[in-house]
Design a protein around this ligand. Structure first.
Ligand SMILES: NC(=O)c1ccc[n+]([C@@H]2O[C@H](COP(=O)([O-])OP(=O)(O)OC[C@H]3O[C@@H](n4cnc5c(N)ncnc54)[C@H](OP(=O)(O)O)[C@@H]3O)[C@@H](O)[C@H]2O)c1
Length: 329
């Protein structure tokens, strides 16, 4: 069936300015790390992307290695784009990244110019695109000079492969250096993509201040701690959930531990008192910082995207609510 986007798609989404740039991003963006791979249902992936766009989510976040297998999320996205969204390319902000292991040998990961440029060329082919809107250095490389990695991003933008450059998971100090190098090259750093949620608050210790000083936007990933900050695990680990599929071996060291679930139970009571679900309060809490341009959520079902977007109906926290969250965390 032909897909026609909802004519109401720009009616209720909030768009926030990305740092001191000209680009606006939706407060909620959709990431394709899981559930859009070659092992997943194409029809479900298609339904989620349609619904997201219908709700005003204009930003889709990818990386070379998303799948599984690696690369297949970009292929899925490319198919859906060609089939349904080609006419809307200029309404979309599509990002990709390189940094983690993608192919064997010395040129298939980290931060060399050799790897970053080759990887983006492969990503563009998989997605059937001439350019991505944002291209990220996915992680800092301790063994490559920052000048080389950021010089590659500058080249990528100047060669028309990407419109903007971004960095992900760089420390405050690395971020300060990276933004200075990029500025000197004439390609300002648009955005930083760090991990941030109620259980992982490292960006509060320096990074947010650096981003505010430098005029760089921020898009937090894993606002739900991969699903732990929802009501999903309050009783058990449901079949088919991410914790079940990964057999408890989440990336980034997350665990559905008794202690964590006990905290989420108490947070869940507070969310209900605010008239929100646990997931919605976790998203609103991430978006409370003025520097936070957007948060990139993951989803396995259309209704999770709908629930996330409805979080925007209540983004305000009273001082008492914030204090209560602090004491629970
Ligand atoms: N830059 C980086 O290094 C990096 C690293 C990781 C991720 N990312 C980006 O961030 C995106 C999001 O990461 P994430 O998937 O970890 O985000 P997340 O939003 O913290 O977790 C998403 C998962 O939570 C569960 N969920 C979502 N809404 C729910 C609800 N209302 N009720 C119950 N469960 C719900 C779903 O898992 P189930 O399968 O259990 O339903 C969903 O797949 C990625 O796709 C990627 O684009 C970037």
């Amino acid at each position: 069936m032909t897909y026609l986007p909802a004519s109401t798609r720009y009616d209720s989404m909030t768009y926030r300015r990305c740092g001191r740039s000209g680009l606006l991003l939706p407060a909620i963006s959709l990431g394709l790390w899981y559930n859009f791979g070659g092992v997943d249902s194409l029809e479900n992936a298609r339904a989620m992307i349609h619904r997201a766009f219908d709700l005003g989510i204009t930003h889709f976040d990818l990386a070379n290695n998303y799948g599984p297998p690696p690369g297949s999320a970009e292929e899925t996205f490319g198919r859906i784009l060609a089939q349904d969204l080609a006419a809307y390319r200029d309404e979309l902000v599509i990002s990709s990244k390189a940094g983690y292991l993608m192919w064997p040998g010395p040129y298939g990961e980290w931060g060399s110019r050799k790897y970053l440029v080759a990887s983006l060329d492969q990503s563009l082919k998989r997605m059937g695109l001439d350019y991505v809107d944002i291209f990220y250095s996915h992680r800092p490389d301790p063994n490559t000079p920052l000048e080389e990695t950021l010089g590659a991003l500058d080249f990528i933008v100047r060669s028309g492969r990407a419109l903007y450059a971004g960095i992900s998971t760089y420390s405050p100090e690395q971020t300060r250096q990276a933004t200075s190098i990029l500025r000197s090259l004439g390609t300002p750093c648009l955005i930083h993509q760090p991990r941030y949620n109620m259980f992982d608050r490292w960006i509060e210790e320096g990074l947010l201040d650096v981003l505010a000083d430098e005029g760089v936007g921020c898009i937090a990933f894993s606002p739900l701690d991969q699903g732990i900050l929802t009501d999903k695990y309050l009783r058990d680990i449901p079949e088919g959930s991410r914790a079940d599929k990964l057999r408890g071996e989440f990336h980034w060291g997350d665990t559905v531990s008794e202690a964590r679930v006990a905290t989420v139970r108490r947070l869940n009571d507070l969310a209900q008192a605010r008239g929100q679900s646990m997931a919605q309060m976790a998203i609103a809490w991430v978006l409370r910082h003025p520097q936070m341009t957007s948060t990139v959520i993951g989803a396995s079902k259309v209704r999770q995207i709908e629930e996330a977007v409805a979080a925007l109906d209540n983004l305000t926290f009273s001082a008492a609510e914030l204090a209560q969250i602090e004491s629970l965390l």
